[in-house]
Design a protein around this ligand. Structure first.
Ligand code: COA
Length: 250
């Protein structure tokens, strides 16, 4: 469980050492943390797994940002401080925006992208900002109603609700602001890295249309659709998600 100083902030990542020369670095979504991935399933893939807490989230210090580029700089700083190469960068929702940003920059350490519940633009419904500003408990109920597909396991929903209830509202507002400002619709054809796009057919926050757009426009991309899954697709269908990653990582 390393905690690394990145430009004066303590950044934490949950780590699984597969003694591999390949690294899967994971970046969570808005208001999330390192536990928002099915780590037990991902530890079977045969690659080292680093699940990052963005600044202001989980066990990291520092503060949340309103700009995806700033989060991308922190993730790149962490990768460099750890001396990682052959990195497959996985991002969920806000994290996918971080992955796309670094995918466009294409640093030498980056080998591929895993884009989960992703979009080249991530406009946020004003109802989410309103609920966060006026009624946090109502916002939690709203989030619970929109982030899962109909068959999401009850224990996963409950764990997520408890985790979100502990998240500072200002962190959520910062993250959603960063999403709302993000737009690389015109740029993604320039991404030359291989990319796995994972979409949930029942995702109402980042619809399948967003995933199709990524897969159609990133030249070396493939799309995997998790049938019936909502926005928290990796936690809702961990086996199918890990299976898609295993095929992608070959
Ligand atoms: N990939 C492909 N297409 C996209 C896209 C993406 N990432 N983002 C938007 N589009 C499309 C829309 O589907 C729409 O297409 P249409 O004109 O054919 O219907 C068009 O681009 C304009 O979309 P947008 O600018 O998002 O405006 P909107 O009027 O569709 O609605 C919101 C804006 C925020 C109300 C709406 O996008 C929404 O409810 N989003 C989902 C909920 C949410 O808050 N998600 C959080 C993401 S972290």
């Amino acid at each position: 469980m390393p905690t690394i100083d990145v430009a004066g902030e303590k950044i934490h990542a949950a780590f699984f050492d597969a003694k591999s020369d390949r690294n899967l670095v994971l970046v969570h979504g808005s208001g999330g943390d390192a536990t928002c991935w099915p780590l037990a399933e991902l530890e079977t893939l045969g690659v080292n797994v680093w699940s990052v807490d963005l600044p202001g989230h989980g066990q990291s210090g520092g503060k949340a940002r309103e700009d995806v580029g700033e989060y991308a700089a922190v993730v790149e700083g962490l990768v460099k401080a750890l001396g990682l190469s052959r990195v497959y960068l996985g991002g969920h929702s806000l994290g996918s925006a971080v992955a796309l940003t670094l995918g466009l920059a294409a640093p030498a350490w980056l080998s591929g992208l895993v884009l989960v519940g992703a979009g080249a633009r991530l406009r946020v419904n004003p109802a989410i900002f309103e609920a966060l500003a006026n009624d946090f408990s109502g916002a939690l109920t709203l989030m619970d109603s929109v982030i899962f597909g109909p068959a999401a396991p009850q224990n996963v929903r409950e764990a997520m609700r408890l985790r979100m209830a502990k998240t500072d509202v200002s962190v959520m507002v910062s993250d959603f602001t960063a999403c709302d400002r993000f737009d690389v619709m015109k740029d993604i054809r320039r991404i030359t890295l291989p990319a796995l796009v994972v979409s949930g057919s029942a995702d109402v926050l980042t619809s399948l249309k967003y995933g199709r757009f990524l897969a159609d426009n990133i030249p070396d991309a493939e799309l995997v659709v998790l049938e019936g899954a909502g926005h928290m697709m990796a936690l809702e269908q961990p086996g199918a998600f890990a299976g898609a990653l295993a095929r992608f990582l070959g």
